[in-house]
Design a protein around this ligand. Structure first.
Ligand code: C5P
Length: 403
């Protein structure tokens, strides 16, 4: 099942570390290759010799060890695998991951990896329930980090509650779920997300309030189904999702350039809030306030339409081009017209009128508009819109599928 898949197993210092030996054994039984990185605390619970014996590979611990760096650099170590599994993931290591700390090899590897991450938390139930831990988990989930467990039951200190690390069998099942061929295996996807910033001068710009949350969530959802995703993102306050090639751009022109440079793809989802205009008289130097002079005039010129451009690429056109439309009235009617005008296949339309409660809320009412007609989706959490759309894309792209 896991034939030849390479797993980097990061083991941090909790009593559950003893279960990592069983985990390695089971992963290897399924023909996975396992390479271990241990924290200094983990070696108090499980010895590198035992890990090395079971994994059949050198165990890595010290970022500064010349031998380790000579044989394999820590960057390569962190990226040369199909999946990173953190088991056990202590409250401390999860906090370091959330904060982006890198003060040992394990945390450095987790910061530098571009592979998907699966964490199996294990800790005392009080630590698990602490708002700090829960906030860290929410941050990590937003970055695409998956978790398995923890389970409820007796804990090491004679107490009981939620905090037991998932059993090795459960972790192996989660690994198989993540590495199994998803319905979008072999599919290339392009997603645009976030706002664009159009410079007025070197220090000022015209931007918008798009957070990029929906676009990033779509990129993560597509990757979870196995797609090879390129995410082209305007300036956002979101981290690059794990396992997704993310290209940072600022302007609409840069976003278009990056999108065209990444063709061909099977599916393009344009979720970015692209500025309609660029500043045609942007100045190379910072504009000065001259005493008594009138404020400078800002001249605007239309930006290229990325969605429309991708839709007219001829033989390089993605098989499926999806756009978004936020409307405040006649939502479906306007979105249908937009679909025709831009030449895309689907439009995901939503009502952003104040009465809808969409702005600032966690729920969204969406309509999926295609050549086949209009589908009204029930009011669902915004995070579920991404997952549902990814499954619809998988349905469309499968042999014999249709939209
Ligand atoms: O025309 P409007 O901005 O309402 O269209 C929204 C859709 O078009 C979104 O999918 C957005 O990502 C895309 N778009 C684009 N390039 C533009 C403007 C909008 O890709 N310049």
């Amino acid at each position: 099942m896991l034939d030849g898949r390479r797993i980097l197993l990061v083991i941090s210092g909790g009593i559950a570390a003893y279960k990592s030996l069983e985990l390695i054994r089971r992963l290897r039984e399924r023909s996975a290759a396992v390479r271990c990185v241990v924290t200094a605390n983990a070696t108090q619970f499980v010895t590198p010799l035992a890990l090395q014996t079971l994994s059949g590979e050198k165990v890595f611990q010290d970022t500064f060890s010349l031998t380790d760096e000579h044989e394999i650099g820590h960057i390569t170590l962190a990226r040369d695998c199909d999946l990173v599994v953190v088991a056990p993931a202590t409250a401390n290591l999860l906090a370091k991951m959330a904060a982006g700390l890198a003060d040992d090899l394990a945390s450095t590897a987790l910061l530098v990896t571009d592979r998907p991450i699966l964490a199996a938390p294990a800790m005392n139930f009080r630590m698990w329930g602490h708002p700090a831990t829960q906030a860290n988990l929410a941050t990590l989930a937003g970055r695409g980090v998956r978790t398995v467990g923890p389970n409820a039951g007796p804990l090491a200190e004679g107490e009981s509650g939620i905090g037991r690390m998932a059993e090795p069998g459960e972790i192996v099942a989660a690994v198989e779920g993540l590495l199994a061929a998803g319905p979008l295996q072999g599919v290339k996807a392009l997603v645009t997300s976030g706002p664009t910033f159009e410079p007025i001068d070197p220090v000022r710009f015209i931007g918008n309030r798009s957070s990029g949350k929906q676009g990033h969530a779509i990129a993560v959802a597509l990757a979870r189904l196995g797609a090879e995703v390129t995410l082209i993102s305007g300036p956002v306050r979101l981290p690059d999702p794990a396992g997704i090639r993310t290209i940072a751009v600022e302007t609409a022109r840069e976003m278009l350039g990056a999108a065209l440079a990444n063709l061909p793809v099977d599916v393009a989802v344009c979720a970015a809030a692209v500025a309609d205009w660029t500043v045609s008289n942007a100045s190379r130097e910072k504009r000065k306030k001259e005493p008594g002079a009138p404020p400078p005039a800002i001249e605007l010129a239309p930006n290229p339409d990325i969605l429309a451009t991708l839709s007219e690429q001829g033989s390089a056109r993605p098989r499926l081009v999806v756009g978004f439309a936020a409307e405040t009235e006649k939502v479906v009617e306007h979105a249908r017209a937009k679909r025709e005008r831009k030449g895309c296949d689907w439009i995901v339309a939503n009502d952003v009128s104040p009465a809808s409660g969409t702005f600032g809320g966690d729920f969204n009412s969406v309509h999926l508009i295609s050549a086949a007609g209009t589908e009204d989706w029930p009011r669902i959490a915004k995070s579920d819109v991404a997952e549902r759309l990814a499954w619809r894309i998988a349905d469309f792209l499968k042999p014999g599928g249709h939209g």
